[in-house]
Design a protein. Structure first.
Length: 123
């Protein structure tokens, strides 16, 4: 489950303790900023039995550390999820091109991926 709206003071153990009343927990975590280690305000709980998710959803509202939290069914991201968005644009930025690189060299290289339209090089 995705758990949104977490208090900055909520710990992973607090998250586990709150949700274990709905069933056996297989995994739990609060997402943290990699630099500051502060909570990003959301986390995940995985139950051993998927039916526990229904129990959680039926028991709303949920209050943890004096804050209303928002548990939802987590939907796994699929690889290539943004493929449609990425393929709608026909323009690609290519950085770090050496000043001696020519249009012909770039066209030759990128033509392996499809038709290359005329373009400017801004060194």
């Amino acid at each position: 489950m995705f758990i949104g709206g977490l208090s900055p003071t909520t710990t992973s153990e607090g998250l586990r303790d709150y949700f274990q009343k709905y069933g056996e927990i297989k995994e739990f975590m609060i997402m943290r900023d990699p630099m500051t280690k502060r909570s990003r305000g959301f986390g995940f709980v995985t139950f051993s039995n998927p039916l526990c998710v229904e129990k959680v959803l039926e028991a709303a509202p949920h209050i943890l550390d004096s804050k209303k939290i928002d548990p939802k069914l987590a939907v796994p991201r699929k690889s290539g999820q943004n493929t449609k968005l990425a393929t709608r644009t026909k323009r690609v930025f290519i950085g770090g091109v050496a000043t001696q690189t020519t249009n012909d060299e770039l066209s030759e290289y990128f033509s392996q991926f499809g038709k290359v339209s005329p373009y400017p090089i801004d060194h």
